[in-house]
Design a protein around this ligand. Sequence first.
Ligand code: G3H
Ligand code: 13P
Ligand code: ZN
Length: 324
Amino acid sequence: MPVDFKSLGLSNTKEMFKRAMEGKYAVPAYNFNNLEQLQAIITACAETKSPVIIQVSKGARSYANEILLRHMAAGAVEYARSLGSQIPICLHLDHGDSYDLCVSCIESGFSSVMIDGSAHSYEDNIALTKKVVEYARPRDVSVEGELGVLAGIEDHVSHAESKYTHPEQVEDFVGRTGVDSLAISIGTSHGAYKFKVKSQAEIPPLRFDILEEIEKRIPGFPIVLHGASSVMPEYIKMINDFGGDMAGALGVPEEQLRRAAKSAVCKINIDSDGRLAMTAVIRKYLKENPKEFDPRKYIGAARSALVEVLKHKNEMVLGSAGRY
Ligand code: G3H
Ligand code: 13P
Ligand code: ZN
C-alpha cells in the first residue's frame, strides 16, 4: 500500500520555497544516515524555528535501511511537535538516479525527490526528469532536477571537472520537464576538498554571473545549491590535531553562501560539514577519554556539536532561522 506523505505529517517544498523566495533566505537541506544526525537536525531546526528538508541519499538507504530511515523521518515530525515546534519538515530523496528509485521513495512516503539526470545527455535528462514529474505531480510530491555537473563525486558518478550550468538551457529544461526546483552548477562541489588552492584566501568566488543570468531567464523559480559545505576550518584543525589527516580540505566561504541565500537559491545542501564536526569531536573525545567505551558518550558529544553547527548555519548563513 503506497503511503501518502501527508499522513506522516511531512510537507512538500512548494510553500517552503515560496516563503524562502519572498523572505530572501534558503531552506537548509541536511543529510541524515543515523539517529543522532536526525536528532541534531530536528533539535537545531526546532530551536531556531527554521523549516527543514531532511534528505536521504542512495548511500544512506543502503547504509541505514530505507524502511528504518523513513520511519525515523515520520518519528521526526512527532519529535518536533513534542518540542512545541510547528516547523515544516520535508523528506527528500537526494540524488535519485533512476525513475524506479524515485517511484519507490514516493510510494513509501517521501514528500520530495531529486532526479539527478545530470550524467545523461541533455535530451535524456529531460525525458527522465519529465517521467518522474508525471508520476510525482498527481501525488503532490515535489521534484528537483539538475542541469550542469558538479565536480567531485555525485554518489557513484565521478566527474573530474565541473560543467557549469548553461543559462540558455534552463527555460527549456524547466518548461519541458515541469520540475519544481532546479539544482545548478556554479562552482561548488561535493565533499571536503572543493578547491585545488593552498589557502582559504585563494578560494575562487562562485559564478554569481551564471546564477544572475539564470534568474533573469526563469524569474522567481527556486534554485538549489549542492555541495555547499564550508568545510569549517576549526573542525579541520581539530581532526588534524587529534590524529586525522585532512590537509588541504577547503569549502565554500560563508559570505558567498549568504549572498546565494538572498537570491533565487531556495535550498542549500549541506552534508560534509556535519560529518566533519562529528568526526572531529569523536576523535577529540576518544583521545581525551581513552578509557571510555560507551558510544553514547562520544556520539552524544558529536551530536551536541552538530546541533550547534546547524543552528549557526540557520542563523548566520542561510537566514532560515525565526521564519516559523
Ligand atoms: O551529495 C552527496 C551527499 O553528501 C550524500 O553522500 O552518497 O555518501 O550518502 P553519500
Ligand atoms: P557537501 O558535500 O558540500 O556537504 O554537499 C552536500 C550535498 O550536496 C548533498 O546533496
Ligand atoms: Zn548534492
